[in-house]
Design a protein around this ligand. Structure first.
Ligand code: GLA
Length: 389
């Protein structure tokens, strides 16, 4: 258990002012292997959790106030547990407020708390730092109240907190992964039925994440705009084909028939979704067959689809993908997460990962003039309370 040193020091400082000893929780980052933007269209995803954590230490208070100190943001925020409502302007504390409101709404009487947070997960990088904050807060607040809820229920509660309080119309992938991950496994999730299958990640495969350093590169680029386009496409398709209840129901033949009704942009958004659901199934087979080469080319096809059809990549991320693909041992790579910047996921054989990482670091530094943030994926378990000893 490697907590950031400043976090350990801050817990000790805070313990001086808090009579009762606190409790420690952590939630992992989510790395999506494949299945991007399919979750809010009822489709398939294949994420994993990795050993990068958002850490949370909680001390009980005697009143109904919550004070949250974020070390990585260097900010302190407060709220009362009574009468929590969404606010017009959103900020990081809304992830915690939203979760607290959701838990109270589910009948859990929460207790006031002093909370300290730190995170190894680069913020806004496509590794789901926000869902990690939601899940770790939910578990800590529940734990302090002496209650627990099933992991799947907690994932749904955190997703609706994100909708209502952070005003992002996200799917369920991030919250579900962080709540239900299993060490050494990827999670095949059907986002319509919420049926999940744990898929072992073979030890002979390596995944590396490299941060492009770019955040929200398109001025009009935002996650909700893609969700709105999907809703619009669904309306047009359902008018012609009532059996289509979500874009998950679309097949290639129907998509081609409906191209005139959709128009170019919506047609390409839908083409990404149809091809991406197919790629998820193939990626599961590739993992089961230890076929790193097949997985690599699925990742590269996914990137092309996100860049050309879904249009959520950007030049810096495309350059990083090209750099990674030019390195010995790299079998494929792609942007991960919501898009418009963030991280790239690279697949290699396990034996090649350290060498590939070194070459990517050198080439990135030569192109960009600074060292990239990198992480070798180490598939972790779910958000949980941990003992400090
Ligand atoms: C964000 C959202 C997820 C998912 C991904 C894209 O991480 O929170 O629900 O839609 O983007 O696949």
């Amino acid at each position: 258990m490697r907590m950031p040193a400043r976090f350990t020091r801050a817990i000790q400082d805070m313990a001086v002012d808090n009579a009762a000893g606190g409790r420690l929780f952590r939630a992992p980052a989510r790395i999506n292997i494949i299945g991007e933007h399919t979750d809010y269209n009822d489709g398939l995803v294949l994420p994993t959790a990795t050993a990068l954590f958002t850490w949370l230490h909680i001390f009980e208070r005697s009143d109904r106030r919550v004070q949250v100190t974020s070390l990585n943001l260097d900010q302190v925020a407060h709220f009362s547990l009574d009468g929590i409502e969404p606010s017009a302007e959103t900020s990081w504390i809304d992830y915690v407020r939203g979760v607290a409101a959701g838990l109270e709404g589910a009948g859990v009487r929460l207790r006031g708390a002093n909370i300290l947070i730190d995170s190894d997960i680069p913020l806004g990088s496509g590794l789901s730092s926000s869902a990690a904050l939601e899940l770790v807060s939910a578990q800590a607040l529940l734990g302090l109240a002496g209650r627990s809820l099933p992991a799947e229920r907690l994932a749904e509660l955190c997703q609706s907190a994100e909708h209502r309080y952070a005003k992002v119309q996200c799917g369920i992938m991030d919250q579900y992964t962080i709540a239900c991950a299993r060490k050494g496994h990827a999670l095949l999730l059907d986002c319509r039925s919420l049926q999940a299958m744990q898929v072992p990640i073979p030890g002979d495969l390596g995944f590396l994440v490299v941060d492009s350093g770019v955040r929200h590169c398109l001025p009009d680029g935002n996650y909700n705009s893609r969700a709105d386009e999907c809703a619009e496409a669904l309306k047009l398709l359902a008018a012609e084909q009532p059996q289509i209840k979500s874009l998950r129901d679309l097949d290639r033949a129907t998509l081609e028939r409906c191209e005139p009704a959709l128009g170019d942009v919506l047609y390409r958004r839908c083409r990404h979704l149809v091809s991406e659901n197919e790629r998820v199934r193939k990626a599961v087979t590739a993992l089961q067959n230890h076929d790193a080469r097949a997985l690599g080319s699925l990742l590269s096809d996914c990137h092309a689809s996100l860049r050309d059809d879904y249009e959520i990549s950007c030049p810096e991320v495309d350059t990083l993908v090209a750099t990674a693909n030019s390195v010995d041992g790299v079998l494929g790579s792609r942007m991960v997460g919501g898009g418009f910047g963030g991280c790239v996921l690279v697949v290699t054989a396990a034996d090649d990962i350290a060498g590939a990482a070194e070459q990517i670091r050198e080439r990135y530094a030569a192109n960009v003039g600074s060292e990239p943030w990198m992480h070798i994926v180490n598939a972790a378990g779910p958000a949980q309370e941990i003992s400090e000893s």
